[in-house]
Write a protein that binds this ligand. Structure first.
Ligand code: ATP
Ligand code: MG
Length: 317
């Protein structure tokens, strides 16, 4: 019997073509993205011509190069097994809320669709998305995010000496901060008006582009924000709502230099010192739960646990 793709560690081109809702032979090549998460399969949609150039090279002015094929789109296949259509619709409506506040400037827009997935003789609900590909560097929301840090992005992206409206690093950094101001303002509005927050805490969920925009790419694990003392945990036991709000404050402080406002209701609720301590303990419990104790007498760690550990390292602080 065929394995449910939601349980597979990773997918190949053939696995995607094998899906009952994908047209065959199709015009694209599907390749697993080199960065990965836990909740979704992230597959690059590539043109066969681009892949041909990557594999066999192109000769330009006598010089052979192997340009990396750039995804046309990203195919997201959500691993969650929905108990009902209502649950799946709720997930979709959360994505719509985030989109209303962040798209198009601060989010990789995704055309999400629910499909009937045939597996093991049954029809299951599967959530997929065809998402805009974002070319950019991972912005760790817990990093220093100071002048030097932003300068390192400018250099790594090869922006020095490139023809662009921002002639100097200082101008580019100013632009990043201006755009960050807008992004963080939209996030605040989402928390206050819509009572939702996306997962800002995981490393890899935010990308910084050469144009200076911060873009959210991880559109799953969106939390409802409750202004009470309860610390909500996600399906894996991580206090994602609290950590996302802490990440929002960290970015506000570091990217905008914004001082704390003592009347701010988000701050009063989520940055209360006792609550921050409890959240820290919840994070420690999460780490212990995903990392089984190492016993040399046991056989090698199963693959899925090592993937969990990978995700753990992407959730710092
Ligand atoms: N549209 C995109 N463009 C570029 N990179 C992307 C895109 N979508 C995802 N990625 C990268 O792929 C990796 C995994 O993505 P993502 O965090 O969305 O996965 P996930 O399985 O839904 O989430 P998680 O397990 O973190 O809850 C991330 O490092 C992210 O930067
Ligand atoms: Mg993620």
């Amino acid at each position: 019997m065929k394995e449910d793709i939601r349980d597979k560690l990773s997918l190949s081109h053939d696995d995607v073509l094998d899906l009952n809702f994908i047209r065959k032979p199709g015009s694209y090549v599907y390749r697993r993205h080199y960065r990965m998460g836990l909740r979704s399969h992230i597959m690059e949609l590539l043109s066969p011509e681009d892949l041909g150039k990557e594999n066999h090279g192109v000769v330009v002015e006598g010089l052979k190069t192997f340009p990396k094929a750039k995804p046309i789109k990203m195919l997201r296949i959500f691993r969650t097994k929905f108990a009902s259509l209502t649950d799946a619709r709720q997930e979709l409506s959360r994505v719509k809320i985030v989109e209303a506040y962040l798209a198009p400037a601060h989010m990789a827009r995704s055309d999400e669709f629910l499909v009937s997935y045939l597996v093991g003789g049954k029809v299951e609900l599967l959530l997929c998305g065809v998402q805009e590909y974002v070319e950019g560097e991972t912005l760790d929301p817990w990093a220093a995010l100071n002048e030097d840090h932003l300068l390192s992005f400018y250099k790594r992206m090869g922006l020095e000496g490139r023809e662009s409206p921002e002639k100097t690093a200082a101008q580019w950094i100013r632009k990043v901060r201006e755009k960050a101001d807008h992004f963080l303002g939209r996030l605040r509005a989402m928390v206050m008006e819509a009572g939702h927050v996306p997962d800002l805490a995981g490393v890899g969920n935010l990308l910084l582009t050469a144009g200076g925009e911060i873009k959210l790419v991880d559109i799953n694990n969106i939390s409802t924000v409750h202004f009470d003392t309860r610390i909500a945990l996600d399906d894996r036991g991580y206090p994602v709502c609290d950590k996302s709000i802490q990440a929002l404050f960290h970015m506000e402080q570091k990217l905008l230099g914004r001082p704390f406002n003592s009347h701010d209701v988000i701050r009063k609720t989520f940055l209360d010192p006792g609550r921050v301590r409890d959240v820290k303990e919840a994070v420690e419990r999460f780490h212990l739960s995903v990392e089984p104790p190492v016993d040399p007498s046991l056989p090698a760690t199963p693959l899925f646990s090592s993937q969990l550990r990978l995700n753990r390292s992407r959730r710092c602080r």
